[in-house]
Design a protein around this ligand. Structure first.
Ligand code: HEC
Length: 445
């Protein structure tokens, strides 16, 4: 546990979610765009339609700028935000998957250099060589997805890893294949939307119509197959996330996913029927709709990982919940309950390490920051605001004033009984301090 990153009204997690959702737009574009390019380029050479190369030039430039400037920046943004939001979570991942990332970065270098080579050699080297460069990029880029999905899916469903500690047991877990195939099909829907946006800028009507029609087919296929694979993905989820979808995921997010898929299919059908009528603004709006859909899906994926940041291992608040004997990692509940969270957490100011009458409120706030902040803001607004949460507890209405703190302590005793919250950990004095602080939140308007 490290210094705390408190983001009032939002939480650090939401900052991370915003960056990560944005990152999917350039990253999934980069893994899919070149397949489309290679297809169009092959067609251009086989059918002797050199005018199609104008699309390739523009589409590759968009890929270069959007994916390899904004995509790279937001990718680093994810690392940066995750490192301050949940340093121990990132550390846990790195300790297991450093070679996974190292391998990914090898392919990432192929992508980053590949796009420049592809763009700047178009028309300057012979056709066969240029197509080969395209293929190398397409396969290299998709391989980064093949690797990162292993690490991402591990966080939600670690497979046999908690028993064996084995790299591949965690990597090829029960949701790996369904998630990889789902992203692989959906990415074609994403690149199709970009292709149509680029086609709106092309004057030659034959090229414009051809690209828009082709992209609309890729788009419809990608979204429909992706939606079917999403259902398979849901089937492969372990029991707890499955349960949490029904308890936690708000209707708006579920509706968001379905509406996004529906709107996009209608848009692609329309584009396929009237390819010349699509203008740039609606084409950009389609990409905004995709952003909304990704936001809904990613938020749900994040919610159902609760109470863990790495399932069956580390809680969202960075406390190690379950021992991993194969990795010689011990669970921390016993030591925290015995010594106190304020003593175990290394960045607690001197005056707060021991709870006494004078510092109870402040010590309570410190404990809330350590144990609750990853999922609740402590002010009135934002993500599951703690004052509202405490008020919501039914006993607030019935219990007399003098008994409130006691009742909150009883609630803290039962915290681990919620399927989405880690248990409270700390000494009885710390529990009392936290309860005092929580009670004070509910009074302040
Ligand atoms: C892993 C995430 C997570 C952590 C950590 C967490 N909570 Fe929660 N908490 C939730 C979720 C999710 C809900 C349900 C919110 C909802 O229903 O909208 C919730 C609900 C609550 C509620 C309302 C309970 C009810 O029955 O309606 C209270 C009170 C609460 N949390 C207090 C705490 C306290 C105190 C801590 C720290 C000791 C804490 N939470 C830590 C995720 C978390």
């Amino acid at each position: 546990m490290y210094p705390i990153w408190e983001v009032p009204n939002l939480t650090a997690g939401i900052i991370l979610a915003l960056i990560a959702t944005f990152h999917i737009l350039p990253s999934h574009f980069s893994t899919s765009a070149m397949w489309f390019n290679v297809y169009v380029e092959t067609k251009a050479y086989r059918e002797n339609r050199p005018e199609l190369l104008e699309f390739i030039k523009r589409y590759s430039l968009l890929l270069l700028v959007f994916s390899y400037v904004l995509g790279s920046l937001s990718g680093i943004g994810i690392w940066y935000a995750a490192t301050v939001a949940n340093p121990r979570g990132i550390s846990g991942l790195i300790h297991n998957y450093v070679w996974g990332w190292a391998t990914e970065w090898v392919f990432f270098i192929i992508e980053v250099t590949g796009i420049f080579i592809y763009y700047y050699t178009l028309g300057k080297v012979d056709k066969k060589t240029h197509l080969k460069i395209g293929w190398i990029f397409a396969i290299g880029s998709w391989t980064t997805m093949v690797i990162i999905v292993g690490i991402l899916s591990f966080m939600l469903s670690p497979g046999k890893w908690p028993e064996t500690g084995n790299f591949f047991d965690g990597f090829f877990n029960q949701t790996y294949w369904s998630q990889l195939l789902m992203r692989t099909t959906l990415m074609f829907g994403i690149s199709a939307a970009y292709a149509i946006a680029v086609a709106t800028r092309i004057k030659n009507e034959d090229v414009k119509a051809f690209i828009t029609k082709t992209a609309s087919k890729w788009g419809i296929a990608g979204i429909i197959l992706g939606s079917i694979l999403l259902l398979w993905y849901l089937k492969t989820l372990p029991a707890r996330p499955h349960e949490l979808i029904s308890i936690l995921a708000p209707k708006t997010l579920k509706t968001g996913m379905i509406v996004t898929a529906g709107l996009l299919i209608l848009y692609f059908i329309y584009a396929g029927m009237k390819p010349l009528s699509i203008r740039l603004i609606p084409a950009i709006l389609a990409i905004v709709v995709i952003f909304g859909g990704i936001w809904s899906t990613e938020r749900i994926r994040e919610m159902i990982r609760k109470p863990y940041v790495i399932s069956q291992y580390m809680y969202s608040n960075q406390i190690i919940g379950k021992a991993i004997p194969a990795k010689a990692v011990a669970a921390e509940a016993n030591v925290i309950n015995e010594k106190g969270i304020l003593k175990v957490a290394p960045f607690v100011p001197e005056g707060l390490k021991e709870v006494n009458d004078a510092n109870a409120l402040q010590a309570g706030k410190m404990i809330a920051r350590i144990e609750c902040l990853s999922c609740h803001t402590l002010n009135e607004r934002g993500l599951r605001p703690m004052p509202q949460m405490v008020k919501r507890l039914e006993f607030k209405k019935e219990v007399e004033k003098a008994k409130e703190v006691e009742e909150i302590e009883a609630f803290l005793d039962g915290l681990g009984g919620y399927p989405y919250m880690p248990p409270f950990m700390g000494t009885p004095a710390e529990k009392m301090a936290l309860a005092t602080y929580l009670d004070s939140l509910a009074i302040i308007k």
